[in-house]
Design a protein around this ligand. Structure first.
Ligand code: 7RM
Length: 635
């Protein structure tokens, strides 16, 4: 088990140690895991290439560290509790022994389908236990999983399958979220029409609803599980062998396949989980994220299970059958640590206090948030109404690319401040840069947030596109990892994350590239071009505002129809989460002399702010007036 910090002076001591001797610091933590063969060098790195290798030549299997390592001491401890969408349906609870047995079985299923070490497995599942089992089974045999969020469209699924050249797909007949039934198999079928590398499609029966069946490719999960035993040796992996790919949005149109490797990711997720949440043996931990995103990978599956925790996986939504759903789950299982997003909190605030008033939630010890900045109002509500003034809030800042939490309070140990992610975890060295690339020293500074030394959880590359990996994070500030976020360090040395500085918007904690949305809008036959910006949104943090230029601008009365069909198109191309909240038609977009769209102005207008700065560099300054006028009609 990784060491646990238990006092503020302990934190300061570890932090100091980790800066003075980072490799010694991480080697000590890595030694608490089971390695089949120890590493030669702790770290080999050069951010200019970029190259980062942790514990290289160390041999291990992450599932041996989850299962075999714990089994003798706590095989009968609960590993995974699955809470269904509908509270009247029975839940599922697996001990470590039981989950292990399922994982070994499904590992054998994958092997029977000729999946070998290094092959990619696409997983398009709702929040069902089979999702956890499938991921761990891949890890067991060294296959690289690529989980695709079940809210993505056929087009987005297809793009991700083909980019990774996945050999097999795992999906379900349908998914359930609140009152909605999601036809996953139907969407998967549509995607598979043009996925030449997929040989089989393993289908989990979740609802038993009617689906189409393709005898050549489709097989049932349960049918396959019956054909195999639960004896399955773990594949020996190098510390630097890829564990998974997870696609995320960047500032260009194409989503990037962020690659995480085995040893470093294991050490980092386990260490940060245990310390940030102050997890103790026997605690019940509930992260309400979806496993389709990095938070679910690191803090529903890998971090907790590596530490022998009991982790809850929830299929449903915070408001079904009513807005007490989370609080009911917390009471039902006596949850000790609860981790969710500011958007979920804000949406529950908006539904009124009566849903939380008489909830006891006495078991709660720690509350966490992730995914976007939390505003003070939401922070206080979370603290007062959910935590009943007893629980520290950990506002955890991190990214898909960082693998795990980077800047965050350690629960109950680092004093919190509303809306501040506070201090870096041990091993993390944040720096703030000005526009010219100078490191801003001392406190009370604001600029671009960079990290100046590798940590074990950092992503290693983009699948098949190392060049883009370099450009995305290592070119703006040579020698540093650039996060894409702005941040300030206040007078106490505390960090406050200010949000993205690039063309990425964060809608309800989901990262979306503006270029990606623009591409989808531009697919519409009547659209000639578009520009998408984020604007402040009361619940979602940011909303999507699209400026659309049409070949034939709609006449007053058919604008609505065109809006709807554009919105539908975006849903179909990407996902309903990427639908614009507002669409404004315009004759053209403000451009600089070099032809670049001046987003700064569009963003100001979308947010209803004046002061557009210098517009004299535009080739078409007159359009700004038209756009301002048009905006007034949209509000
Ligand atoms: C874990 C996750 C990453 C982006 C990141 C930020 C924003 C995440 C916080 C936050 C303010 C936070 N991965 N972000 N956490 N902003 N405070 N505590 O969300 O790759 O999907 O998104 O999310 O902008 O760069 S992610």
């Amino acid at each position: 088990m990784v060491p646990k910090i238990s006092t503020l002076s302990g934190y300061l001591h570890e932090q100091q140690k980790s800066i003075a001797n980072p490799t010694g610091f991480w080697a000590n933590i890595a030694e608490t895991f089971f390695w089949r063969k120890k590493w030669k060098d702790v770290l080999d790195w050069d951010f200019n290439i970029p190259k980062v290798e942790w514990f290289k030549n160390g041999k291990l299997n992450i599932t041996e560290n989850i299962f075999e390592r714990h089994i003798f001491i706590q095989g009968e401890q609960k590993a995974l509790i699955w809470e269904p969408n509908d509270p009247d349906e029975p839940n599922i609870e697996y001990t470590y022994n039981e989950l292990f047995s399922k994982v070994k079985r499904f590992a054998n299923v994958l092997r029977r389908h000729s999946i070998k070490k290094g092959d990619r497995v696409a997983i398009y599942l709702p929040m069902v236990p089979e999702l956890a089992i499938a991921m761990l089974s891949c890890a067991r045999i060294g296959a690289i999983h690529s989980v695709i969020f079940a809210g993505f469209s056929a087009n987005a699924l297809q793009e991700r399958i083909n980019d990774a050249k996945a050999k097999i797909l795992i999906t379900a007949d349908q998914g359930l979220r609140g009152k909605k039934v999601i036809n996953l198999k139907e969407t998967a079928d549509e995607a598979l029409r043009s996925c030449p590398t997929i040989n089989s499609n393993i289908v989990v029966r979740r609802t038993g609803g009617t689906i189409n069946w393709n005898n050549e490719k489709d097989v049932w999960w349960h049918g396959e599980m019956d054909k195999v035993t639960d004896e399955s040796k773990a594949e020996t992996m190098d510390s630097e062998d890829p564990l998974f790919i997870l696609y995320t949005s960047g500032s260009t149109g194409k989503p990037k396949g962020v690659v995480h490797t085995t040893g470093g990711y294991m050490v980092y997720t386990a260490y940060t989980f245990k310390n940030v949440f102050q997890y103790s043996n026997g605690d019940i931990y509930f992260c309400a994220a979806d496993i389709g995103w990095i938070t679910g990978h690191s803090y529903i599956i890998y971090g907790p299970l590596l530490e022998g925790a009991t982790t809850i996986m929830f299929e449903g939504t915070p408001t079904f059958p009513n807005p007490s759903r989370y609080w009911d789950i917390i009471n039902k299982y006596q949850v000790n640590q609860f981790y969710t997003s500011p958007t979920a909190i804000r949406s529950l605030i908006a539904l009124g206090e009566e849903w939380i008033e008489n909830t006891e939630m006495k078991s709660l010890k720690v509350l966490g948030t992730v995914g976007e900045p939390i505003n003070e109002e939401a922070w206080h509500w979370y603290h007062d109404h959910v935590g009943k003034n007893r629980c520290p809030i950990v506002d955890t800042w991190w990214q898909t690319e960082t693998g795990g939490i980077m800047i965050s309070p350690i629960a109950g140990i680092i004093p919190t401040k509303p809306a501040f992610a506070t201090l870096p975890l041990p091993g993390i060295q944040p720096v703030i840069m000005d526009e010219a690339g100078n490191k801003l020293c001392g406190n009370s500074v604001e600029g671009s947030l960079c990290i100046q030394f590798p940590w074990p959880g950092i992503a290693r590359t983009h699948w098949n596109d190392h060049q883009r990996f370099k450009e995305s994070y290592f070119s703006q500030f040579p020698g540093y990892y650039f996060t894409g976020d702005g941040a300030k360090r206040d007078e106490d040395g505390y960090y406050r994350i200010l949000g993205r500085m690039d063309d990425v918007i964060n809608v309800a904690g989901h990262r979306l590239g503006t270029a990606e949305i623009e591409n989808a809008i531009n697919e519409h036959p009547l659209v000639s071009e578009s520009a998408v910006v984020g604007f402040q949104h009361k619940i979602k943090g940011q909303g999507i505002y699209a400026y659309v230029v049409c070949n034939d601008l709609p006449k007053k009365d058919d604008g609505e129809e065109l809006r709807n069909s554009i919105t539908k198109g975006v849903s179909k191309m990407i996902s309903p989460i990427a639908k614009p909240d507002k669409i404004q038609f315009t004759h053209s977009l403000p451009r600089t002399r070099s032809g670049k769209i001046m987003r700064r102005i569009l963003k100001k207008i979308a947010e209803g702010k004046g002061d557009y700065g210098d517009i004299s560099t535009l080739t078409n300054p007159e359009i700004v007036e038209e756009i301002i006028e048009g905006n007034k009609k949209i509000q």
